[in-house]
Design a protein around this ligand. Structure first.
Ligand SMILES: [Zn+2]
Length: 213
């Protein structure tokens, strides 16, 4: 028979060991969870692309002015919510046929407004003139190969291809205009682009750490 004192001592050592093992297990578990979150973290950032062209009286708009393009600083990829209309849809780096969409529910007229233009289903306002639909002049929209009546309030979809054509173009001329639009949106979707949030964009270390807590 062990003396009672020893029994008590042994019991308390065992209790201590169990407690330490429990705490260690908990810590390892927590570290594991944090580790997995750290490695697999991918922010839910909206960023996709569409192609477009605007023709006025047979002439393709080149969007030459710098004001049509967003600096990367302004729209840099962060986890901050999009907080200005221009951040929602814009062009970058003098590429005049790619729309970068970085928010939900952005329409074609939202994008046009960001260019300083205005788009309705029966008028187009550019930087220097207003073009209303009339007996002679039509405003035609061809979206993904099909003519559509209304575009202004339509949400820009990933890899959309849109022609906006004002004037008297014949249907074969309209087809030519539509064909001039490149199909580069998909490439932008999967590559790193100026805003750095594309699928190929890297998640910043600080964002990974911030996501842990
Ligand atoms: Zn982009």
């Amino acid at each position: 028979m062990e003396p009672k004192k020893h029994q008590k001592l042994r019991k308390s050592i065992v209790t201590k060991k169990v407690a330490i093992a429990g705490v260690a297990g908990l810590l390892i578990g927590m570290l594991l969870v944090l580790g997995i979150r750290f490695v697999t973290y991918k922010p839910e950032v909206v960023h996709y692309h569409a192609n477009f062209a605007v023709y006025v009286n047979g002439v393709k708009e080149q969007f030459k002015a710098l004001k049509y393009y967003e600096e990367t600083e302004v729209t840099a990829c962060t986890l901050e919510p999009v907080d200005s209309p221009k951040e929602r849809a814009h062009m970058h780096g003098n590429v005049n046929d790619v729309v970068h969409v970085e928010d939900h529910l952005v329409t074609w007229s939202h994008f046009m407004q960001n260019l300083g233009w205005s788009l309705g289903d029966d008028y187009l306002k550019t930087a220097d003139a207003i073009y209303p639909v009339s007996e002679q002049k039509k405003l035609v929209f061809i979206l993904n190969g099909k003519p559509v009546e209304n575009i202004a309030d339509q949400i820009i979809q990933d890899k959309d291809k849109l022609l906006i054509s004002y004037g008297t173009a014949t249907s074969s001329q309209l087809q030519e205009q539509y064909k001039s639009i490149p199909a580069t949106a998909g490439t932008y979707d999967t590559s790193k682009d100026p805003a750095g949030c594309g699928a190929g964009g890297e998640v910043k270390m600080s964002d990974r750490i911030r996501n842990l807590f």
